[in-house]
Design a protein around this ligand. Structure first.
Ligand code: ASP
Length: 342
């Protein structure tokens, strides 16, 4: 009899179709200035990351596992401003921020100003699962990472020539001092600087993933190097729960990208979820309201991805482009770069 009741209860459990949405940053991304090779590299990398996350969800894995795996891939990819390939501070360092949030119980973990942990997203998750805290910063966060056995690297691991040259150009343009080339990195290549990205090419390149698993749980994660040539220990929205990252099964999960100061002031991620929860907005309507009305009213730039437990998958951005991809169980992979794509 007990078995029968258990079987009935199991049969009544809602079975959810999994879904996943990813972004690789928003900004001035235009066809006229994008070379086709770079564009296809971005599309290939997003495809690889979203498919890795989808494979986990398809096997019944958790939204948190899918998010962590997909973000690790993007953190290792020098194309994106997260992990290796992050932008530099004005002092010539890579200071990394990340956050993750579990919509099923509102647990969250975040780190800021990390310089030695290979995967900041995994550190954010460890803060959530293995510490009594929500947010750790700087050397203390790296020390905790080492304590829980997360891979530590030399700061030079995150160095890329492309970001270094962008930093130098930006600092020269602004008449600010140029820091020494970091220790332990390869010598400057004999390539004209013009081949590297122009400082005017404002591409944010932060990465974020939101996902829905078969158990019906949603989650969100974001990882970034922050804004180029940042100073004074600046921290953006990405690791601020409620600003760049938020998840609740009651409403939605959000990961944002853009000029973090505006996203913090508006509490963007939580704001979207509040519109869904309190005002009954559809997710697209909520996302568009925050990006196209509230963010624009402050003259802020950027975008977000979001998901609901009932499988609404959306993105919204007010820049000329945002690297983005989405995939739902049984559906077709959609990838976009420019704002004239669906
Ligand atoms: N939002 C990030 C920050 O302000 C930057 C970005 O999205 O690229 O740190």
């Amino acid at each position: 009899m007990v078995t029968t009741l258990a079987a009935v209860a199991a049969a009544q459990q809602p079975t959810h179709h999994w879904a996943i949405v990813l972004h690789g940053g928003a900004g001035v991304i235009e066809r006229a200035t994008m070379d086709p090779k770079t564009e296809s590299a971005y599309r290939a990398s997003m495809t690889q990351a979203i498919q890795a996350g989808a494979a986990i969800l398809d096997k019944g894995g958790s939204s948190l596992d899918a998010i962590e795996t997909a973000i690790q891939i993007l953190e290792d990819d020098p194309l994106f401003n997260a992990g290796r390939g992050a932008v530099f501070t004005a002092e010539g360092k890579n200071e990394l921020d990340a956050a993750i949030m579990d919509g099923s119980d509102l647990k969250a973990g975040a780190v800021a100003g990390v310089t030695r942990t290979r995967h900041p997203i995994s550190l954010a998750r460890a803060v959530m699962e293995k510490s009594p805290h929500v947010m750790l910063i700087g050397a203390g966060a790296d020390a905790f990472a080492a304590e829980v056995g997360l891979e530590q690297v030399e700061p030079s691991f995150f160095f890329t020539e492309r970001r270094w040259q962008s930093l130098i150009k930006q600092l020269q343009k602004e008449g600010r001092p140029i820091p020494p080339r970091p220790a332990g990195v390869p010598p400057p290549p004999p390539v004209p600087i013009a081949e590297f990205e122009a400082p005017t090419a404002h591409k944010f390149g932060t990465v974020g993933v939101v996902a829905l698993d078969r158990a019906g749980n949603i989650a969100a994660g974001t990882s970034t190097g922050g804004t180029p040539a940042k100073r004074w220990g600046r921290v953006g929205d990405s690791p601020i729960i409620g600003a760049g990252t938020y998840a609740s099964n009651q409403s939605c999960a959000v990961s944002a990208t853009g000029v973090g100061e505006y996203f913090i002031r508006l509490g963007v991620a939580r704001e979207v979820c509040n519109l869904v929860y309190f005002r009954g907005f559809k997710l697209q309507q909520a996302a568009d309201q925050v990006i196209h009305k509230e963010l624009e009213a402050l003259h802020g730039d950027g975008g977000l991805i979001a998901i609901t437990p009932d499988g609404q998958l959306v993105w919204s951005f007010n820049t000329s482009g945002m690297y983005r991809a989405r995939l739902a169980e049984g559906g077709r992979l959609e990838i976009g770069v420019y704002n004239d794509e669906p």
